[in-house]
Write a protein that binds this ligand. Structure first.
Ligand code: ZN
Ligand code: ZN
Length: 143
């Protein structure tokens, strides 16, 4: 009986050691297997259009000055210095024409809100489409 007891203790010790070894092994394997963090892969990019030279370029969040990024996320006018022609604060996140798909800088891009009741409407400089009318005709019928 006393012998059985000792054997059980011994088995218990071996078992505990085995569990610790397996645990450490799993831990080190997971550390090796888990992929390295790749922030570039998940970082969204933002498109800009230069008002001066019409260059379209996209920048990742880390490449955008923090005050410009903050302006984008809070729907305020976000102007970047153009990396192509060097013009100061001339590149804005553009509006895309719903008809021809070309980007242009609208008043909305610049954060200019038309006066209430203003009849003046912006149109796409490429094809002359008024995005408001286009959406009314193509997306949802007038209520
Ligand atoms: Zn430019
Ligand atoms: Zn257009």
């Amino acid at each position: 009986m006393e012998l059985m007891g000792n054997r059980n203790v011994l088995v218990g010790v071996i078992g505990a050691v085995a569990v610790v070894c397996v645990g450490a092994g799993v831990f080190s394997v997971t550390r090796v297997v888990s992929p390295p963090r790749a922030p570039e892969a998940v970082e969204p990019s933002y498109e800009f259009l230069c008002e001066k030279c019409q260059a379209v370029f996209s920048l990742r969040q880390s490449q955008i000055p923090s005050e410009v990024y903050e302006a984008i996320t809070t729907a305020r006018p976000a102007a970047m210095d153009c990396p192509r022609c060097g013009a100061h604060s001339s590149a804005y996140p553009p509006t895309r024409c719903p008809k021809c798909g070309k980007p242009y800088i609208s008043n909305f891009s610049k954060g200019i809100i038309p006066q209430p009741g203003s009849r003046q409407r912006e149109v796409c400089p490429h094809c002359g489409t008024d995005p408001y009318i286009w959406h009314r005709q193509h997306v949802k019928p007038e209520v």
